[in-house]
Every structure is written in structure tokens, then in C-alpha cells.
Design a protein. Sequence first.
Length: 243
Amino acid sequence: MKSHSSFATLVLLAFGATSALAQSPGSIRSEAAPRFVVFGDAIVSKPKGEFADYVGQGFGFNAGAMVRIDPAGMLGLRAEIGGLQYGRERMGVAFSPFTGRVTAEVVTSNTIGWVGIGPQFTFPAGPVRPYANAAVALTNFRTTSALEDRETSEQFAVTENASDFSSAFVFGGGVYVPLGGRASAAMLTLGGKYYYGGEATYLPEGGIVDNPDGSVTLSPARTKTDFVIWQLGVSVGIPSRRR
């Protein structure tokens, strides 16, 4: 409940600051905001609601690009792709049925991937620049198992144990902190997003049991898939060519 409240506060502050600053058009014209922006973020996730009964904290990466629509650079269209891992299991096995001298590991990974698109409102000037965004996202919940070489960490014989698609409405906010003096310089990004996810069928960590006869038993869950992500990354503006 506390993290939900903190997230809501962050988004409201971002929306409020952007709306208030929009009333001062003179100040936002003092710097030329680049039209195109690319970004990448390291993320930490926390499941919410019934999703949290089956899934733990996750870690991943998010990247994308944004094009600014208005000359001042306040309104943009943002597209992104990302993913995180919420579960990982390792199990040593004999590589050959004839001898136990050669061993490998079976690695099972539980992941969430997404692609999303939507608008973003940004205050494009000043030492701290608040932003707020919204998006519609396609999400994928996937579990795979693979043999992994213990010496090289190379994976092969990858098998998909489960996969399901869903969708989410996404609302986020945060701040940019410029790392250079020009509008096209890199900026530090600190923010968060709430994914209001639809229902999906997925495997929790530990949801695959190996039976003595060599078969496996899957124990999937089906719930709504709400989760929060916290982001720390870098955003870089690409300056337009001057004629």
C-alpha cells in the first residue's frame, strides 16, 4: 500500500508540475528541445494485488524512443520495449544417460516482456524536468528451460514451457536531470510506472516439478497482472540538422 501511494504521488507531482509550467511559455522556449530522444533504463519491478501471491520482485531493462510533436517539446509520442526476469532456477543433471561424469545444468527462467506506445508530457527546460506519460502495452509472460554449459554459460536445447499474451494500461511519471549544458545532452532519468495488466496464465518460480519417470508437472496460475516498475536510466536527445 505504501509503494502504491508513493507511486501515485510521483505521477501526480509530475502531472501537476508539467501542467503548471505549461502556463509559462516564455520559460520553456529558452532552450531548444531536440525532436528525437532515445532512452534506456534499468528497472526493478514489484507485483501488485493477486499477482503478488505468485510472483516476486523482478529485474530487467527498458529501452525506446520518443518524438516530440510540438515546437516547445512538451508533447511527445513515446514507444518502448522491455523485459524483466522474476524467477530463475538451476538444476544439475547428467549430460549423458550412460555416465554421470559429464554434467550440465538445466536453467529455467520466468520472464515478462512488453511493447508499448503512448503520449508523454515533459517540461523541456531547467535543471530538473518533470514528465508524465501513459501507454497501451502488449505483454508476454513466458517460461523457458535450457541446458547450460557450466564452463561457458552457453545455453542450448531451449524449450518453451509456457507462454501467454495479455495487455496493460500504463501510467507513469518522473524527472529528467540534465547531465550537460545543451538541450541535446544526456539526461539522468528517475521514474516509475504502474501496469494495470489484464488476466494471463503464467508459471510462478518453482511451477515445474520433475517426476521420477522423466515427465514434468506444470502448476500455472491465472490472475490479473498488475505490477509497478521503478526506473533509473539515461535519455539522450538527437539534435536536428540545421539548414
